[in-house]
Design a protein around this ligand. Structure first.
Ligand code: SF4
Length: 329
């Protein structure tokens, strides 16, 4: 199990500034396993009671302040960097950097990067502190390495719905440092360029191309099926960072102008079970998290599209101009 820098000493000093009575802790799923240890330490060193949020949390788009605002005086959110949103209660963000050696994964990536000269690097919050080490390693192995800040993201940082730090780089390919297919797939779909994913937890590296190709085929099939749909659900989320009401209104209007019927449905956590009562609908388009239709499509028995995919289904955009929907504040 990977260890993380929870910066507890720094956090305790910050908490003291707010003099809270009750504190909430929020974690993405992978970090929840550390919650009890942190609560023990905070309650031992401070005169506070700590409440752990066990709800799923996939990003800083989903700060638990609305759920906890009447209960806690202060929220500590681990694992993500802040988004420019107005929080109802004070929130302390703790990046929780992973304590991990990235060199074995970078070594594994060299063979896959051998055909490319200019490399763009990207990573997630947990590995931002390792970016300079990765750049030096790649440069020492003859690569030209580029990285940039994004809109609302740090240098080299990508979110599942924000690839602004990598999109404008003039590179031949990207190296993503982190685990899973979620972020490298996003880089591939938003830039159209080859992506090598180096996983510091396994020390291995792989190309994301075959996986991206399979996903694009699935998206093409979903768009084709959705062309026939007459009755649409426009799904929006009440999560602060995903709300996008004006987008939902535009999607409804776009569908109605094309002769379809459209209903806006709001949920906090979107799931197929909660959409069961709306059997009459033929298809969905999502104004909430842009990754839902792409990553959770297999859970739904009807086509579920991103706003950009809806434009293609309605012949307002060409398939050749397919790209990822993003939430850029
Ligand atoms: S909207 Fe989706 S992809 Fe974006 S930060 Fe939230 S959970 Fe991640």
């Amino acid at each position: 199990m990977a260890d993380y820098q929870f910066e507890t000493r720094k956090v305790i000093e910050k908490i003291k500034e707010y003099n809270p009575r009750i504190i909430g802790l929020q974690f993405p799923d992978g970090l929840k396993i550390h919650a009890l240890k942190l609560v023990r330490q905070l309650e031992k060193e401070l005169e506070v009671t700590v409440i752990i949020s066990a709800d799923p949390c996939y990003g800083a788009c989903d700060i638990a302040d609305t759920k906890l605002e009447n209960i806690v005086d202060l929220l500590i959110h681990y694992g993500h960097t802040p988004l420019p949103l107005d929080y109802k209660i004070p929130v302390i963000f703790v990046e929780a950097y992973a304590k991990i050696d990235i060199i074995p994964a970078l070594r594994s990536s060299l063979r896959l990067l051998s055909g490319y000269e200019k490399i763009g690097v990207a990573t997630t919050t947990q590995h931002l502190h390792l970016l300079d080490e990765a750049i030096k390693f790649l440069e020492d192995h003859g690569k030209r390495v580029l990285s940039d800040e994004g809109v609302g993201t740090r240098r080299g940082q990508v979110l599942g719905c924000n690839f602004s730090s990598v999109k404008k780089l003039n590179v031949d390919a990207y190296l993503f440092i982190g685990s899973g297919d979620f972020h490298p797939l996003g880089i591939r779909l938003s830039t159209g360029k080859p992506v090598i994913a180096a996983d510091p937890y396994t020390g291995e590296a792989k190309s994301i191309e075959d996986f991206a190709d399979r996903i694009l085929r699935i998206r093409f099939a979903a768009i084709t099926r959705a062309r026939e749909a007459e009755k649409w659900g426009v799904i929006m989320s009440s999560k602060k960072g995903q709300e996008r009401l004006s987008l939902a209104l535009n999607l409804k209007q776009m569908l109605e102008e094309s002769g379809r019927e459209a209903f806006i449905i709001i949920l906090e956590d979107i799931s197929p079970e909660l959409l069961v009562p709306f059997r009459e609908l033929d298809a969905f388009v999502v104004s909430a998290c842009p990754r839902m239709p792409i990553d959770d499509y297999h859970l739904y028995d009807r086509p579920i599209l991103t706003p950009i995919e809806l434009e293609i289904a309605l012949d307002k955009r060409r398939w050749e101009d397919y790209t990822l929907d993003e939430i850029i504040f």
